[in-house]
Ligand binder design. Structure first.
Ligand SMILES: [Zn+2]
Length: 191
């Protein structure tokens, strides 16, 4: 998949680093994250916002497998969202993490907190993918869209890997008769 041209600065930008920016007349432009933040900062008067592009980092999970995390920093009104994600090709896939801060927070302090959060999450494994079973009694993950199911059954991402609703169901069936609790949390919460 080719890079997209930012309609403001003209730079070729990977799809994960672009944002559809709605204009007043109902249309929208595809712009890069840096141009998006500059527009928000200008309209809100946050002249000292640190509009930076953060370098990817490599973090190893408890199985010794390396994960490359890319970052996107977005200024959203008076708050900032810092997202960390893995890529498959040029698209987000695998682990994803988010931290919400205030517009005047130090971006590098937030980055440090996000990296700590990633390390905590990668230090735990929930599913034995060889034996197709839940290792302990807790599973943490993310609910995603399953293209093959047209929205009827979720795809969940656990330990940075995709698990179909069917696979999850089979894992649960090895615990027939047990109780469970289902908690849904905001993308930026730590579960
Ligand atoms: Zn741009």
């Amino acid at each position: 998949m080719a890079h997209k041209r930012c309609e403001q600065c003209g730079n070729q930008t990977p799809p994960w680093d672009t944002i559809h920016f709605g204009s007043g007349d109902g249309g929208h432009e595809l712009i890069c994250t840096l141009c998006f933040n500059a527009r928000i900062a200008e309209s809100n008067g946050f002249t000292d916002f640190e509009n930076v592009r953060l370098d990817p980092v490599r973090i190893t999970d408890c199985q010794g497998e390396p994960h490359h995390f890319h970052f996107q920093l977005r200024l959203l009104g008076d708050r900032i969202a810092l997202d960390a994600f893995e890529l498959r090709g040029e698209f987000r896939a695998g682990y994803r993490f988010q931290l919400i801060g205030e517009a005047d927070d130090d971006v590098f302090v937030l980055l440090g907190r996000l990296v700590e959060k990633i390390r905590r999450a990668l230090s735990v494994r929930h599913i034995d993918f060889h034996e197709c079973r839940i290792i302990d009694s807790t599973v943490r993950g993310r609910i995603e869209w399953d293209e093959s199911q047209a929205g009827r059954v979720p795809l969940v991402v656990v330990d940075g890997k995709e698990v179909s609703g069917d696979e999850l169901g089979r894992m649960l069936m090895s615990m027939e008769g047990w109780q469970f609790r289902l908690d849904i949390a905001d993308p930026s919460d730590e579960v």
